[in-house]
Write a protein that binds this ligand. Sequence first.
Ligand code: GLU
Length: 356
Amino acid sequence: MLFTRRCVQCLTAVGNRQVIRCCSAAQGEVRVRFAPSPTGFLHLGGLRTALYNYIFAKKYGGVFILRLEDTDQSRLVPGAAESIEDMLEWAGLPPDESPRRGGSVGPYLQSQRLDLYNQTAKQLVESNHAYYCFCSSQRLDLLKKEAVRSGQIPRYDNRCRHLRAEQVQEKLAQGVPHVIRFRLEEGVEPFQDLIFGKNHHDVAQVEGDPVVRKADGFPTYHLANIVDDHYMRISHVLRGSEWLISTSKHLLMYRALGWKPPTFGHLPLLMNKDGSKLSKRQGDIFIQSFQRDGVLPEALLDITTNCGSGFNTNRIGRRIDELISEFNPEKITTHSALIDLEKLPEFNRIHLQHQH
Ligand code: GLU
């Protein structure tokens, strides 16, 4: 879906100008981030998200940040964190701020920011937007089984919302294992997505209150993600469309904390030519495999943008400076981008010729 021309910063509809920013000077700089979890190596889908963030930052004189979301400690893959940053550098998308480069709002590795998440979780509990939950895993399993048996979607029944303050204190004093859950309010306000337009999901209707701090003291994705976007002063969140349904939940959390949310833009999925899902099991979509097979990074970036949207015209042979100058975020459409990897040798040949 094409949206009317809007300022990329404040979403005010603006005239038919090429630069669709009307208030950036007043509102601060463009800061975007690529926030992968080092639970695997960088693949084509991730590279594409990084690329759109990179060209968006460069187009609008902004900053491109790499943040590693390593809060799920059980799923970390050794070497993935270093490799992701190596691959971005190889591809010609070096971050301005990152775990390796540092920057003024670091650290850029979530496992080194636990104090910040704990402090925010505490703030949410104190303002009654979150609460301690002492439900055992047995009870949660039982809830799930009962829901499945009666043909319903499993969800937490919010039981610990109703504990009295003395009960909570007593359990904490006894050292009963607990998580912290965010209290989902009804009445989610719609938001304007840069790509998908007006959107909203009444999360409280379909989900139980989500965990924001796990029993091991680590935050969940939802908490860490919004805390970092806030403290890293992210102006635009450009991420895969699989996160679109989580955004209303994130906006409720911003509201509870009294923080101004960033502007969101969800990128449509990257898929195989036949519309099937790009599978990491194919092995050949990892950036390291392309590098090993002698694919030029320029060819990889070119083919990734060529199959998608975000440009006035599509043509083979664009290099990064041209991708930046020809990029037009208004042209990003909501339908999936279908990539034809059989054409990669042709892209590679064209870029090889450029080099000579
Ligand atoms: N860590 C999430 C991922 O790997 C980040 C999602 C987001 O950009 O908010 O997809």
